[in-house]
Design a protein around this ligand. Sequence first.
Ligand SMILES: *Cc1c(COP(=O)(O)O)cnc(C)c1O
Length: 361
Amino acid sequence: MSRFWSPFVHALTPYTPGEQPRHQNFIKLNTNENPFGPSPLALEGIRSATDDGLRRYPDPSSVELRRAISATLGLEGDHVFIGNGSDEVLAHSFNAFFREKGTIHFPDVTYSFYRTYCSLYGLPFCEIPLDEAFRCDPSQYRGRSGGIVIANPNAPTGIAMKLKGIEEILERNTDIVVIVDEAYVDFGAQSAAELVPRYENLVVVQTFSKSRSLAGLRVGFAVAQPHLIDALVRVKDSFNSYPVGSLALAGALGAWSDQDWFDKTRRQVMVSRDRMAGALKELGFRVPLSAVNFLFVSHERVPAEEILMELRSRGVLVRHFKQDRIRNWLRVSVGTPDECEKFLEAIADIVERVPTSNNIG
Ligand SMILES: *Cc1c(COP(=O)(O)O)cnc(C)c1O
């Protein structure tokens, strides 16, 4: 009955999220969730907000959480915008800064939601190829028009760009907005948030989903100068004035206040990640240096899609992307030490069993 659709809906190419199985007991290393769970202070915050106060609308401008985040960053509260997950913050940013601006630029291998937002808002875009090692070369972004969005560290490659590179892009594009999506920054990259006071065209986007283990709560934020935050608020208040619920605000506040939990759990993830990378290299995998909570891997012999299926049949889910340049790569989230162990056992079994097909010498 698609004749009832608004015409543009036919042309959308929606994002495909990773599988979230409801019933089977899979080892789930396919959506970059944090294996360690949220801070107890986040859960306490949610519990104590679970009362009669829920009859009221939440604070539409998330003042308390904005204050907490901006205090940590050494900025005023008017430099922070809160949204329903960073996906919503990114969508509002595309709407607020990229519409009717020209061509939007991002790497050819990156978070596929950027293409989806371009399709939603009807924006032309240009994909700038990463180099042969999947690195982003900032000199490719000189003097662009329209807009630029960079995930740093990038996904699904896991590779981080130095802050110098981000600065080069900002300096060479002073008339357009540069969005830096830092969904994974807490696992080993340098945040561009410290550049915000110096660049009037910078929007840094972060999330509570990954390093703070609150993917289910849906809280993300942007850090930028107030004149950019104002545009985000205008767009938000033209769409949904209450995107972040009271429970989400309370949970995010609790999580933000628990620096110890944050540091302890992200260090554990980084240690497991590095151990896993070493083991995979020994099994014949290429593994670019990861600054995130996942690894991007490709085997010298066994095709990615075969590994994907074999892992699945052994109860392990990982992510594969049907995009030509990365067809032979898999993205594997870092799980608990036990999950990582089981994953490594399964994958060792797979690559050792599959006969070498091109061993002509
Ligand atoms: C996970 C992710 C996001 C979105 O996270 P939310 O859960 O919507 O906050 C944004 N960008 C990248 C690159 C991600 O991997």
